[in-house]
Design a protein around this ligand. Structure first.
Ligand SMILES: [Zn+2]
Length: 692
């Protein structure tokens, strides 16, 4: 009896503490309490040592897209997921244009010196001795066999070529040597610029000032790139069109319809290849001409010169032109109440070599997250909505696997997907970073409060500590491109988030991005792999279990109003007259409706008016879709989103259609674009209306 009273008292206390204010956005009080238990179970189930074990499997061998090993890993995933209890697990085949390298040679003709173009093994990392690492290359490079002098073009941006022109250095017909710039700028933009400037070929090298010894200790002693490391990667123009270049806007399926790859807007006509500073140094030492400006000087111990070289370089780059099969793996936990509403968790599987961080850290985390949900299912739980787990293939080529699947499943995704949660690399360090559409920003911050950080406290606390002068942690809401969320946002109009734990990481796309790099330098103990799994799981769980989707369109509309301010300033500076009054008005109505929607939903959920909650939920789900325009952007119709698109550098471009018209000083197009944007914002505002 006494014990009973104590329990009763505890129950009463617990109930009193759980005042409605403490419920999560999107949840009724009863549902919040149910959620807490589920969350606690997921947090407990996800273990660092399991992440490490899976990580070793994924990084054991090179697993480039199209390789046998990458197919075996797809089978491994499917088998594990079935064992975990996932449903409808399938390997989905897409035949896609996926060239591999045949030849890459570079010889200094006068000196008769053949450059090694090879990454040296290091005793501390057994995988660096692997003989099957392949010929380093830039995917979708054109072929070339040329003998020409080399010029140094710094980062290979347009302003760099302008400076060379002013200095009287003619780059046409010569080989351009560009350094990879850090902060990251997409190498495809360097290729596009080189192509426009008429160079014979482009060499992309890793300067020690960007990701080597000038930054700090090099691997195996630290995170930075050693002497012979080089950065592979695609140079495809997927800022025009991602996915198989032969199927713009539809899926590549066996026996399907294909256009010729050569004519695609995403195909470069210039040849490019990666190089280490060990090899590039031999070329840089032979540069003649004036010394470079101070900003162009790299980390090697001599004065850099503009060029050309005193010696000619004989460069041969040759790739096959093959179509290969790639394999996405998709598995589900079917929703018990709303099977057609999907929450998608995705990571790519293919790596340039071993993929220690990129992407196998994410793959290991995906496996552990799927396992934890499987455990939860074993205990009798079923998600309300369907959880979709996806392992994409060929992301490194041109976001290929996710794009093809998004195109294949367009109808079902647009009808019922709540959000796509992407984790490419899960941990190269300990700094939590989240990028997302503004509607998800607050949700992502709230999730961070509920997940412990390995350093103590919550991820929210650790995240806030990195955010100087901010009251709350920063979610990057300006989305460019560079990972698998692109199709979901820009083509399908779904809310997306992209998550990672960041850190110093100089071995990107080299053979040193390996199991040992992660185990020894990036995330010893795999605590951040597990933390990402827990975060990802909690975010997915909340979206699958909510009463209404917690998308904040007042925040989104406010953000868009700040983009309008910026764009108007640019228009004024460039002398383009655009009337912003209508579009501002539309944004304000959208903001008001977004705010009202959440207020109405909160009240309705507290009052138990679930029919009303449902109406709001249905409306909120449609808003991101409303921001698409079927015509797409000028010159790249695949990109349909009118708020975000990538620039060729992958940097975010906000209000892309309008901004591009203004930047082109095209008055009449700017007028049409501001009207098109106004219509989109009106659609967004009215999508919410039936619920309020
Ligand atoms: Zn990646």
């Amino acid at each position: 009896m006494v014990r009973y009273s104590v329990i009763l008292l505890l129950l009463i206390t617990a109930t009193t503490l759980s005042v409605p204010e403490s419920t999560r956005e999107g949840f009724s009080l009863a549902n919040t309490n149910r959620l807490k238990l589920l969350q606690a179970r997921l947090l407990q189930t996800i273990r660092p040592e399991n992440c490490r074990r899976e990580h070793r499997i994924f990084t054991e061998q090179p697993h480039m897209a199209g390789s046998v090993r990458n197919y075996e890993l797809a089978q491994h995933i499917a088998k594990q997921w079935k064992d975990y209890g996932l449903e409808d697990v399938e390997l989905i085949e897409h035949p896609v244009y996926l060239p591999w390298p045949i030849r890459y040679e570079a010889t200094l003709v006068g000196a008769n010196e053949k450059l090694s173009l090879k990454e040296e093994p290091i005793p501390q990392d057994k995988d660096s001795y692997n003989k099957d690492v392949g010929i380093p290359y830039c995917a979708y490079s054109a072929d070339v066999d040329v003998t020409a002098p080399v010029v140094y073009v710094n980062s290979g941006n347009p302003e760099d070529y302008d400076l060379l022109a002013r200095q009287g250095v003619d780059v046409r017909g010569k080989i351009a040597l560009a350094r990879y710039s850090v902060p990251y700028s997409y190498r495809g933009f360097k290729a596009l610029t080189a192509q426009r400037r008429g160079v014979a070929a482009l060499l992309l090298y890793s300067d020690p000032a960007d990701d080597g010894y000038k930054k700090g200790d090099v691997y195996p002693w630290g995170p930075w790139g050693p002497e012979s490391h080089l950065q592979r990667g695609g140079i495809v123009y997927d800022f025009n069109l991602p996915g198989d270049p032969r199927t713009p806007g539809w899926a590549s399926v066996p026996g399907g319809r294909f256009l010729p790859a050569e004519s695609a807007v995403s195909m470069p006509t210039v040849a490019a290849a990666p190089m280490s500073y060990k090899d590039a140094r031999r070329i840089l030492e032979k540069m003649t001409g004036p010394a470079v400006p101070a900003e162009w000087q790299g980390g090697l111990p001599f004065t850099y010169r503009l060029g050309p070289t005193s010696d000619e370089l004989h460069l041969v780059i040759q790739n096959d032109k093959k179509v290969r099969s790639i394999w996405n793996v998709v598995g589900r936990l079917r929703g018990a109440e709303r099977p057609n509403e999907w929450v998608i968790l995705g990571n790519h599987r293919d790596a340039w070599v071993f993929g220690g961080v990129d992407p196998s850290s994410g793959s290991a985390t995906l496996m552990e997250t799927a396992r934890a949900f499987g455990e939860l299912k074993r205990s009798g739980w079923k998600p309300r909505r369907t959880l979709v787990f996806a392992s994409w293939d060929a992301e490194e080529f041109t976001l290929t696997g996710s794009t093809e699947w998004g195109e294949l499943e367009a109808e079902r995704l647009q009808a019922g997907a709540l959000a796509y949660l992407n984790v490419d690399s899960s941990a190269s360090g300990n700094s939590f970073t989240a990028a997302a559409v503004p509607a998800l920003a607050n949700f992502l911050r709230e999730v961070a409060r509920e997940v412990p950080d390995p350093s103590g406290g919550s991820i929210y606390d650790a995240w806030l500590r990195q955010t100087k002068d901010a009251k709350e942690p920063t979610v990057t809401t300006r989305l460019g491109s560079g990972s698998d969320y692109t199709v979901f946002l820009n083509f399908l109009g779904l809310p997306v988030a992209d998550l990672t734990f960041d850190g110093p990481y100089g071995v990107y796309h080299s053979i040193y991005d390996s199991f040992t790099w992660v185990d020894r330098v990036g995330d010893p103990g795999y605590y951040y792999h597990a933390a990402m799994g827990r975060y990802w799981a909690v975010a997915a769980l909340q979206l699958s279990e909510c009463d209404y989707v917690p998308l904040d369109y007042a925040a989104y509309a406010q953000e868009v109003q700040s983009y309008l301010d910026e764009t108007e300033t640019v228009a004024r500076r460039l002398g383009v007259e655009v009337d912003f009054s209508q579009v501002r008005e539309a944004a304000k109505v959208w903001e008001k409706n977004g705010r009202t929607a959440l207020e109405v939903a909160r009240k309705a959920v507290a009052a138990g008016d679930m029919a009303r909650v449902e109406r709001v939920h249905r409306g909120l789900m449609k808003v991101e879709r409303a921001l698409l325009d079927p015509e797409g952007l000028v010159g790249r119709p695949w990109f349909k989103h009118l708020i975000y698109a990538p620039r060729p550098t992958y940097k975010p471009l906000v209000l892309p259609a309008l901004t591009e018209a203004i930047e082109a000083r095209d008055q009449s197009r700017a007028k049409l674009e501001v009207e098109r944007l106004t219509r989109a914002l009106k659609r967004a505002a009215s999508a919410i209306e039936p619920g309020i």
